[in-house]
Design a protein around this ligand. Sequence first.
Ligand code: ADP
Ligand code: ADP
Length: 225
Amino acid sequence: KVSVECRNIRLSYGKTEVLKDVNINIEPGEFFALLGPSGSGKSTLLRLIAGFNRHNAGQLLVDGKDISTTPPWDRNIGMVFQNYALWPHMTVWDNVAFGLVERKLPRAEIRAKVEAALDLVGLSQYAKRRPNQLSGGQQQRVALARTIVIEPQVLLLDEPLSNLDKKLRVQMRQDLLSLQRRLGITTIFVTHDQEEAMTTADRMAVLDHGVVQQIGAPSTLFDYP
Ligand code: ADP
Ligand code: ADP
């Protein structure tokens, strides 16, 4: 289990400051939510942790090590995208196996890991389907399986439930949380849905215009009615 620390992170796109001196310490094994309205900088911060963006100032430490000193292939950070980004021409099995095949693991090991990941998300019977033959919730699970199969040290989720209808979203929250608890992976969850953040996160940060407005356990941030 690893920590993720954002120290005085700044990032601008041209003249627009998108992250302004962001300080967040995420504990090993924590389920941490980034909450804020659209445009507040949540995805930018997540993409930065994933290594897709570079910050202009500050430090980003994973397990105490500055990620700018760790090459991308050594970072072992997994990200689930809002639109799932599954390969449409590949079966569920091949989608989940993809990262392992790329890493050139032995075939027997790939088989065992893919089986375990599909089992974990309850999709073992769907291995031969293609993504368009699955419901939205099932596609979401494939995206999750494909990410956890590489055994990331940090799991990043960018609005992972926003494409699902309300009923499924509420159910998937619980599934996601119990999966996170079983795996114990440090998880950062981006959402604009306050209720979603409050019902899942150990702690959360509220972002607005690139500034952290509040940070702490849900119960300490807002008054429950
Ligand atoms: P959120 O995830 O909270 O909706 P984003 O991190 O996507 O917010 O965006 C934060 C701000 O940065 C927005 O004002 C957005 O328009 C701007 N932004 C995001 N990506 C880019 C980009 N590649 N180029 C320029 N501006 C961007
Ligand atoms: P949900 O009720 O979870 O949204 P759906 O109503 O979309 O699910 O699908 C119900 C079942 O039918 C699921 O098991 C799904 O995998 C299967 N299914 C959906 N679309 C197809 C398809 N085009 N071909 C084969 N099976 C499908």
